[in-house]
Design a protein around this ligand. Structure first.
Ligand code: PLP
Length: 377
């Protein structure tokens, strides 16, 4: 019985052909041809003005914060339940993260919780499109705009998701994506920053290239900055993936539908939600077990592993993990963010890779049912 991995991409002959062409031809005067095509097509897909290829999503959040001029003394609101990459760049610029709670249904930043933690020092908010779902970005934007707070949408997990007909990543002042190997679209490692704001685009373009003005051939750095770029081989891979995004997202939704058909009616089990007006691209199929079953996420993961199935824990609250637990504000966040602390101990991500077929999903679901049956409440 082969092990079922938790994530992974869908690579076809198109990707191989584009990367082969890039490594063969994207040099000399053509060195940027795949970056230009990938950025243009990505911006067009999202309906935004500018897109910038990057080595990661983490670097995108760092650049967004730096371009917005956020620094020491400033506060940035981020949901408590997310990957640490959403928050770590706040430290890179010397600002302070403030962890707000998630919504009980979407598992994304709660607009009310965001509003409650705003202070005169709040300069930005980083809502996260968790596991492919969408926060109430209409409300979050309204609250932010009224107070001059910038919105950085972390769409690392939400390629192809939508809210009110608008694509994930296009709903803030800046949007950022990841193309890490586990993500819905991949370039191996990689990221993209998108924005409609030409001022931010120009600032990001300078900051990500050691403080050079775009097009500078005289190596005349205006300031000390960063070096954040992707290679043309990665850009070629990303372009091929983007040209296939509809079938890739459709496949993610099909995988979720296979899970829902088998697990959707089981009591004590909650799967990813999709509110009206939202399109969830289901980056990771997620199961949250009723605590009364007394099946914490680590035990659930171990039981699946014994059956040859890899899984991942629901993100731990950032305010609870060693990296943050002793920082100022973490204890207050832990007391305040009751939804994050109620849900995350009981959730896991089950295999959601694009290699799955219905038979493999069936095998995972049978294991899930068997494990749950052994933990009756
Ligand atoms: C994967 C991920 C990131 C970081 O992406 P990298 O490309 O690895 O830097 C950021 N935020 C969220 C929510 C993620 O899932």
């Amino acid at each position: 019985m082969t092990r079922i991995p938790v994530s992974g991409p869908w690579i076809t002959s198109k990707e191989i052909a584009y990367v082969t062409d890039a490594v063969t031809n994207a040099w000399f005067e053509s060195h940027a041809m795949y970056h230009e095509r990938f950025e243009r097509a990505f911006a067009e897909y999202l309906g935004v003005k500018h897109a910038v290829t990057l080595p990661s999503c983490t670097s995108g959040i760092h650049l967004a914060l730096a371009a917005l001029g956020i620094g020491p003394g400033d506060e940035v609101v981020v949901p408590d339940a997310t990957w640490i990459a959403s928050a770590a760049p706040i430290h890179y610029v010397g600002a302070t993260p403030v962890f707000a709670d998630i919504d009980r249904d979407s598992w994304c930043l709660s607009a009310e919780s965001f509003e409650q933690v705003i202070t005169p020092r709040t300069k930005a908010v980083i809502p996260v499109d968790l596991y492919g779902n969408m926060p109430d970005l209409v409300a979050i934007r309204r609250i932010a705009q009224a107070r001059g707070i910038a919105v950085i949408e972390d769409a690392a997990e939400a390629h192809g998701s939508e809210l009110g007909g608008r694509k994930a990543g296009s709903l803030g002042d800046v949007g950022v994506f990841s193309f890490h190997g586990s993500k819905t679209l991949t370039t191996g490692e990689g990221g993209m920053l998108v924005t409609d704001r030409t001022d931010l685009f120009e600032r990001v373009s300078c900051l990500r290239d050691h403080g050079r003005s775009p097009g500078d051939r005289f190596f005349f750095n205006r300031e000390v900055a960063f070096k954040y770029k992707m290679s043309s081989m990665q850009a070629a891979l990303g372009l091929a993936q983007l040209e296939r995004i509809d079938e890739i997202v459709e496949r993610k939704r099909q995988i979720f539908a296979w899970y829902r058909a088998r697990l959707g009616e089981i009591g004590d089990l909650t799967l990813n939600s999709e509110a009206p007006g939202t399109k969830n691209s289901y980056w990771m199929v997620t199961l949250v077990v009723n605590p009364q079953r007394k099946l914490p996420k680590r035990a659930f993961m171990e039981a699946l592993s014994e059956r040859g199935i890899d899984s991942r824990p629901f993100f731990h609250p950032l305010s609870s993990i060693p990296a943050y637990a002793d920082t100022p504000g973490a204890k207050a966040a832990a007391a305040r963010n009751t939804v994050s602390y109620a849900i995350t101990p009981w959730g896991i991500n089950v295999p959601s890779g694009l290699n799955l077929d219905e038979a493999l999903v069936d095998r995972v679901c049978k294991a899930v049912v068997e494990i749950l049956d052994a933990h009756r409440s």
